[in-house]
Design a protein. Structure first.
Length: 318
């Protein structure tokens, strides 16, 4: 009895073709015990479509892979469909199950934003698990077709209902879902796209964790500063807001504001001028402009003084 290691589960090319085998009669519970959990999870995750849609009941494909490694049913992935179920059954040496239809459908699709109705609220940007939506606050948003996994998680948060799901143009875009790769070339292309989507998902999660750590550190610093001020000069009422750092030179602040305004204007101009959705070259340029805008925004925030409140209840509010 063998567990086949999927080509995407290891970095060592020589190691990719090797299977892990045990004597006949070894049961699944013994396999889970014998095979390192991380290898089993990676093998399972390599077969999942990486849409990160949550239809399986988990927050992403890897959490579902962890669930499967722990004995969860293998038929909860609509984007993977019957093809993925069969592959998982072969990998784990378990019976093939029919797809759980109650979890909905997941065809090859892509999100489309009706730009005339977009109010630039950024809710779809926050919802996208692979950062496939470009834009900024109060600016039009657009979807990068080649990066969109078709998860449709951006549809529900939109307050003006301007996002709809369109059929993926199969002639020009490689589908990430199961059942649409009949040739070896298409299967390799799909595998590369899934690996890329996994990296974008992991990169986004890492960025969100860093941002959360920064926010928590800032809140803790504000609380500590407020406590220090209260201990040094106790007062019966909340003192006026103070700043924890000297005001920046007027020239530096002015330049930072101009840089932010220019980068915002350039991003807005390009969002309107480029095709909707943009082609690959335009999407790359939009991504570059968005990063420049975010960098300018962070530079300005770093120069602005941070108010410090001495009221502990006010300090600890999010």
């Amino acid at each position: 009895m063998c567990i086949r290691k999927h080509p995407d589960m290891a970095d060592n090319a020589a190691h990719r073709t090797q299977d892990t085998c045990w004597p006949p009669g070894t049961i699944m519970t013994e396999l889970i015990r014998l095979l390192p959990d991380v290898d089993l999870i990676r093998s399972i995750d390599a077969l999942l479509p990486q849409t990160q849609c949550g239809k399986c009941g988990h927050s992403g494909c890897q959490p579902y892979a962890e669930g499967i490694a722990g004995g969860e049913a293998i038929n909860k992935c609509p984007p993977g469909g019957d093809e993925t179920i069969i592959q998982l059954a072969e990998l784990l040496v378990v019976p093939v199950l029919p797809l759980d239809k109650e979890r909905g459908e997941a065809p090859a699709q892509v999100a489309f934003i009706r730009e005339a109705e977009c109010i630039g609220c950024t809710k779809c940007i926050q919802a996208c698990p692979v950062d496939a939506i470009l834009g900024a606050a109060k600016l039009m948003h657009t979807v990068i077709i080649d990066e969109c996994t078709g998860c449709d998680l951006c549809v529900a948060p939109c307050p003006v209902d301007c996002i709809e799901m369109h059929a993926l143009p199969l002639a020009t875009v490689t589908p990430i879902v199961g059942g649409l790769a009949p040739t070896a070339d298409l299967q390799h292309a799909r595998l590369r796209k899934r690996s890329h989507a996994r990296l974008r998902f992991e990169s986004r999660n890492a960025r969100l964790r860093r941002e959360q750590q920064v926010r928590l550190a800032e809140r803790l610093a504000r609380a500590q500063r407020a406590e220090s001020i209260r201990d040094a000069a106790p007062q019966s009422a909340v003192t006026p807001a103070r700043t924890d750092k000297p005001a920046p030179p007027d020239d530096a602040l002015k330049k930072a504001r101009i840089a932010l305004a220019m980068s915002r204007a350039q991003l807005n101009k390009s969002l309107k001028a480029f095709g909707h959705p943009p082609v690959a070259e335009q999407a790359a340029r939009l991504l570059e402009l968005q990063r420049e805008y975010e960098t300018a925004e962070q530079a300005l925030e770093a120069l602005l003084p941070t108010p410090t409140l001495t009221d502990p209840e006010e300090t600890l509010r999010p």
